[in-house]
Write a protein of this length. Structure first.
Length: 185
């Protein structure tokens, strides 16, 4: 079964400069923050930030594929998400907006302030797909804003595309074009 095309990267999404911007493959000087190497032979690590166990399970089933993708960690709160990010250094983060404590918006802003190299792909997956929330998430640094009820499957497709390009850098021209069917990214 063919999957529908994906939305394009958000025009207003912020992008931190990362190792992929350095032709030598190393971190650029002056970046500070966390750095990690991405091995093309290792599974793409994903941190899932979601407080509902059933949705955590569904995301794990959607994402996990031995040797290719792995849910490296689960977090239910903003504080736990930031701590697990520092420990796991995932290449991608899927985050809900409503958490047990704190918010997904706080997670996004906190992760973008870390200036990791390369920056993680940040995907918001929420039941609250309101334009005002979308704008706030994109301003904070999210790369994609997806509606859980309509776009759940697109999480896997975004990860597949990132892995096929050996890059999870948002806004680097490697993400798929807009499909014309979605008003939210």
């Amino acid at each position: 079964m063919d999957r529908p095309p994906l939305p394009q990267p958000v025009a207003g999404a912020q992008r931190a400069v990362g190792a992929a911007d350095d032709p030598s493959g190393g971190s650029l000087p002056g970046r500070g923050g966390l750095s990690r190497e991405i091995d093309a032979n290792e599974a793409l690590r994903v941190l899932v930030v979601e407080d509902l166990p059933r949705v955590q399970q569904l995301l794990r089933e959607l994402i996990d594929e031995p040797g290719r993708f792995e849910v490296a960690g689960l977090a239910e709160s903003e504080e736990e998400a930031i701590a697990k990010f520092d420990l796991l250094l995932p290449q991608a983060v899927v985050v809900d907006l409503n958490l047990k404590s704190g918010t997904g918006l706080g997670v996004i802003a906190g992760l973008r302030r870390k200036h990791t190299s390369p920056p993680p792909l940040l995907i918001v997956l929420t039941n609250h797909a309101l334009p005002v929330l979308e704008a706030a998430c994109l301003k904070a640094g999210a790369d994609y804003f997806l509606d859980k009820s309509r776009d759940f499957h697109k999480v896997r497709t975004l990860l597949e595309h990132a892995a096929s390009r050996h890059s999870v850098l948002p806004g680097d021209g490697t993400m798929p074009p807009h499909d014309g069917n979605s008003t939210r990214h």
